[in-house]
Design a protein around this ligand. Sequence first.
Ligand code: AMP
Length: 186
Amino acid sequence: MTRLIFLGPPGAGKGTQAQIMAEHLSIPHISTGDILRQAMKEQTPLGIKAQSYVDSGDLVPDQLVQDLVAERLEQADAQSGWILDGFPRKVTQAAFLEELLQTTGQGGEKVVNLDAPDAVVVARLLSRGRKDDSEEVIRHRLEVYRHETAPLIDYYRDRHKLLTVNGDQSQAEVTHALKATLENRE
Ligand code: AMP
């Protein structure tokens, strides 16, 4: 049973690597960013509420993402493991998840910290061309990452759940390092 949380700055390659590993392990890749973008596209109540936050690079309110994650982890395909990408994004969300996993008996999760220097992630984001990838929004998202999300590295290290992989390599090299790290984790 594999339950993984992918952590790292925007542009570190979380989404790509999470997708590759999810396919490799035959478990769902659950990206809160993807779910929010889809909801925005469909203009669902969730999408409408999230839009202004996502567009400006701010975090959407905890309640919105926590509800969607709780609902998603209840689904049948998530009972045999999952990869969470983009959640939790701050300590309050991590505490929520910890409690959720305890009450649903879905513990044993590991956290992969995919690390890459600022210059690398900015260059990657600028070449990606997503709507929230303008230079100003990118700078803001990195700031939000540093203030809100980076403290999760210590949070999970303290709980002995942290695995670190160097994201400043080619896609194939990161995948290789990731597989090696996950296979040796016990
Ligand atoms: P991502 O695709 O993970 O880079 O997420 C894109 C945007 O969705 C972020 O900049 C936030 O506005 C929003 N978002 C995604 N996940 C979360 C989360 N866990 N908490 C709050 N906002 C989130």
